[in-house]
Design a protein around this ligand. Structure first.
Ligand code: SF4
Length: 408
């Protein structure tokens, strides 16, 4: 049925309330924002500045930092100043647990320097003092004109609320399974806290909600429910996603499905870095997810075939890697450099089977010679054969053609 093909594509974005976090708009139809989080000790001012700078350079549009004790809270204004001196204005989000109310009260310069406070409704304080401590943080946000993220988390869910819902469920005529009740508790924890924050006086235009879970299917169900019951701006993330390909696949599967359904105004891909690994990988994965799904464009998109027995040993892989690295590392500000160029698709293909065809679909593409093929690499521009590259400098020559193409 061809009309099914016509209907392909994501659902319209869920209609949420726009929130300004520093100079970045979240929700209300704004582009989906990429964010990340440092893993430095926030009390280490220089180390944290360096990592926030690296994450910002990689494309993180907001960065969250842990504020867990007095030394960390005291460091926050220095981190903000140090970043500003380097010309970095990326909004900073303070991640508070247990004693956020106290840290914000004792360190007004920290409260002022941050752009958003993350409150975990599951651990904002002990039972009898919870409302007061929650109120204190929200009132600080109101006083300083800051945004708040109410971030429920499966691993630190409000136990009082969960127990209440479990008891209610046990007494109902058609009880749900325990996991479904836990999902409901996640959603209610976020929504009840948001309602309470509004009662205290924080407007919806300053609130972002999240409800992170570590299992893909639970996460999808929780966020679908959250979106169906409210119009708060939504932060998406799969918590404890894991290391390496497992974390990338799980996050991409969960977030990809939700984004396709129009849910999510800002995303974080939470990856456990390999020892000594690069923290910026989570930013790269978030950008690639948004770009491959067609929501945003960050870097020129490189389509490369996987290579097979028809490719000439490692030459093809080296060329494909060299061109990919060139585009990622040397053209990070390509949109600023070349205003008016919104997107660019580059194809790097390994032989004549799919090479010319795929290259014709790209803006600019190269079909490298496969095993037994003549040592010539036809280049296609805007769907037409443009020229043929030969000799030892094919990669260099092709990079020059990509630059020429963009400039023209
Ligand atoms: Fe193999 Fe050629 Fe297909 Fe690349 S385009 S995977 S080299 S057959």
């Amino acid at each position: 049925n061809p009309s099914q093909l016509d209907a392909a594509g994501p659902k319209p974005r869920h209609n949420t309330t726009r929130v300004m976090v520093g100079n970045v708009a979240v929700g209300g139809g704004a582009p989906i924002v990429v964010q990340s989080m440092t893993n430095t000790d926030t009390a280490d001012v220089e180390g944290t500045i360096a990592q926030v700078a690296a994450l910002s350079r990689a494309g993180s549009e907001m960065v969250r930092i842990t504020v867990d004790r007095d030394e960390a809270a005291a460091a926050v204004p220095h981190i903000r100043d140090g970043l500003r001196k380097r010309g970095i204005t990326t909004p900073l989000i303070g991640d508070f647990h247990y004693i956020g109310h106290k840290l914000l009260a004792d360190h007004p310069a920290c409260a002022e320097a941050l752009d958003k406070y993350r409150i975990n409704p599951g651990n904002v304080g002990f039972k009898d003092k919870r409302d007061k401590q929650f109120t204190d943080i929200v009132e600080t946000a109101i006083k300083y004109g800051k945004a708040v993220r109410i971030g429920a988390n499966w691993g630190s869910l409000d136990q009082e609320l969960l127990t209440h819902l479990m008891e209610e469920n046990a007494n109902s005529a058609a009880p749900l399974d325990a996991r479904a009740v836990t999902r409901e508790a996640m959603v209610q924890s976020a929504l009840l806290s948001a309602k309470r924050a509004e009662e205290i006086g924080l407007p919806k235009t300053r609130m972002v909600l999240s409800a992170k879970v570590s299992a893909v299917q639970d996460l999808i169900a929780v966020y679908q429910t959250l979106a169906s019951r409210s119009d708060y701006a939504i932060h998406l993330g799969l918590t404890e996603a894991g290391m390496g390909s497992k974390g990338i696949v799980a996050s991409s599967a969960a977030l990809g499905i939700l984004l396709q359904q129009g849910i999510g105004d800002t995303i974080r891909i939470s990856l456990t870095p390999e020892p000594g690994g690069d923290r910026t990988l989570e930013v790269q994965v978030a950008q690639e997810l948004l770009q491959t799904m067609g929501f945003r464009t960050f870097v020129p998109l490189v389509a490369a075939c996987p290579g097979c027995g028809r490719t000439t040993s490692t030459t093809f892989q080296e060329l494909a890697r060299s061109i990919q690295d060139f585009i990622r590392d040397e053209m990070p500000n390509w949109k600023a450099q070349y205003p008016g160029v919104e997107q660019l698709n580059v194809a790097v293909m390994g032989c004549i089977v799919n090479g010319p065809g795929e290259s014709k679909h790209a803006d600019i593409g190269i079909s490298l010679p496969g095993t037994g093929e003549a040592p010539a690499a036809p280049v296609f521009v805007d769907g037409k054969k443009f020229k043929t590259l030969r000799g030892p400098a094919i990669a260099q020559d092709f990079k020059a053609l990509v630059i020429d193409y963009i400039e023209q």
